[in-house]
Ligand binder design. Structure first.
Ligand SMILES: Cc1cc2nc3c(=O)[nH]c(=O)nc-3n(C[C@H](O)[C@H](O)[C@H](O)COP(=O)(O)OP(=O)(O)OC[C@H]3O[C@@H](n4cnc5c(N)ncnc54)[C@H](O)[C@@H]3O)c2cc1C
Length: 450
């Protein structure tokens, strides 16, 4: 019962991290506790790519259909991208199978509070079958929003979602619909059989949630103010009661400690409006695999590994929070309503993305993820990529740029062909990397070396 690494929580962040570390040869145990509340979510295309990249084939197989996402915001109608419906209990169970296939020991039980004694963490756990204690050298907290808050978490506006399942007798197209209303916004997902989830996202800053017995009445009052709901739920019958899920954005600055890390929603949780929570959890997991591998196998690079992880997670959190704010700002009809006012000013007034041309690019040494380890490499830093980009399509950019500067007067195609042959890189990949440099005007005016 002694492992190299213990992961608490079997959502996408925990499973991706545990599986990646097990594939690198670590003995990993994962504690997974099934969800109490049913949930349907929409997975973005990036989430799908992330699952494929992480080897989560069972989860991909057991996902719901791709559906169209339609939105009505500020009174305007949009046809958004596709999303894939996931029923979280089925999806999470498939993820646990993926973890087992990767060599992770999955314990179906609730992990208690872990204590560090000398060089090992001791983790008590309970399950339906019994209880026990296991030991591990490194501890990863992936318990989602249930993870205990670290000191001084950064918190966004108080947000709760009220959901209810419905059954519609009418045949209809499957899909998801988002609409804004005075007190918040609504998300509806409908499958081919007419099963519907209508979720209302509201603030609890000024009005606390009523007791559980009065939730259905509260939901009904809110739902009656959503014009579209009348059409969506025409002749539909409710199935079961109303359930609440807390959805306040938050960031826990204590991302890493001694033999300890947080990942996924336990590190930062974003507003569900983004539809990218699962993708961000996977992306954080992928970054943590290389970080932990470096901390354990190449401790000489520990400071770079920690810097890499801290910067990635804090940047992702701020960027996603600002993107959310900008989307809330597009709704102009109810700007004096507390729900909208709070979200249109949080987290700050800074732009979500730097503009490539705003700051002249420079070449700097930065930590990068290099085949499972974090190491220092020369990267190109631009305003739109403040942490720097070191390669595009597998082609290191700084080497490519220097070779371009040193070449005579070859055309881009001839140069790409010659560079590809010399460095054993496909022509298309060299062209993609050159296009990245050209878009930032780097091929004409070389960046200063810093
Ligand atoms: C209302 C709402 C709607 C959302 N809609 C979307 C959406 O449409 N698309 C999207 O991409 N994202 C959505 N999200 C965000 C998404 O759910 C999360 O970002 C994502 O699941 C985070 O993954 P995770 O692995 O960090 O945490 P989770 O998926 O929450 O997984 C954590 C796991 O840890 C388990 N756990 C907790 N405590 C313990 C313990 N003591 N022992 C063992 N296990 C434990 C939990 O049971 C859970 O299985 C939504 C979130 C909310 C709140």
């Amino acid at each position: 019962m002694t492992y190299d690494i213990a992961v608490l929580g079997g959502g996408p962040a925990g499973v991706v991290t545990a599986s990646g570390l097990a594939r690198l040869g670590y003995r990993v145990v994962l504690f997974a506790k099934p969800r109490r509340i049913p949930a349907v979510e929409g997975l973005s295309e990036r989430g799908l790519v992330g699952l494929r990249y992480s080897g989560c084939h069972q989860a991909l197989e057991r996902m719901g259909p791709a559906v169209r996402r339609l939105a009505c915001w500020n009174g305007e109608h949009f046809s958004g991208n596709r999303e894939w419906l996931i029923e979280r209990r089925t999806f999470d169970a498939a993820l646990w199978d993926d973890a087992r296939a990767a060599g992770v020991e999955v314990v179906m039980g609730r992990a208690g509070s872990a204590q560090r004694q000398q060089t090992l963490w001791r983790i008590p756990w309970v399950s339906r079958e019994g209880s026990g204690e296991c030991r591990a050298g490194y501890l990863i907290d992936a318990r989602g929003r249930a993870a205990p808050h670290g000191r001084n978490p950064v918190r966004g506006p108080l947000t709760v979602t009220l959901g209810r399942f419905w059954n519609s007798p009418q045949a209809g197209e499957p899909g998801t619909w988002v609409t804004s209303f005075q007190e918040g916004w609504a998300w509806l997902a409908r499958d081919t059989q007419g099963a519907i989830l209508l979720q209302l996202v509201v603030s609890t800053a000024n009005q606390r949630l009523p007791p559980r017995a009065a939730l259905a009445e509260h939901y009904q009052a809110l739902q009656s103010t959503v014009d579209e709901a009348r059409v969506w739920l025409d002749r539909a019958r409710p199935l079961g009661g109303v359930f609440a899920r807390y959805a306040q954005p938050q960031f826990n600055p204590r991302l890493l400690g001694e033999s300890y890390a947080r990942v996924g929603d336990a590190a930062f949780a974003i507003d569900p409006l983004s539809g990218h929570g699962v993708y961000e959890a996977i992306s954080g997991g992928l970054a943590l695999i290389a970080t932990v591998n470096t901390l354990l196998a190449r401790p000489g690079n520990a400071q770079w590994a920690e810097r890499f992880y801290r910067e990635k997670i804090s940047d992702d959190f701020l960027r996603m929070a600002r993107i959310g704010r900008d989307f809330y700002r597009q709704e102009q009809r109810w700007t004096i309503k507390p729900f909208w006012r709070e979200r249109q000013i949080w987290p700050d007034d800074e732009p979500a993305h730097g503009v490539a041309q705003d700051v002249s690019p420079s070449i700097e040494m930065r930590p990068v993820n290099l085949e499972g380890f974090i190491d220092l490499r020369e990267v190109i830093v631009t305003a739109d990529h403040p942490r720097g980009i070191w390669q595009v399509a597998g082609v290191p950019l700084v080497g490519l740029l220097r070779a371009w500067r040193e070449q005579g007067d070859k055309s881009l195609t001839d140069f790409a062909q010659g560079y590809g042959e010399h460095h054993d890189k496909p022509l298309n990949d060299c062209q993609a990397a050159l296009a990245w440099l050209a878009q930032r005007h780097l091929l004409g005016s070389p960046p200063k070396d810093g």
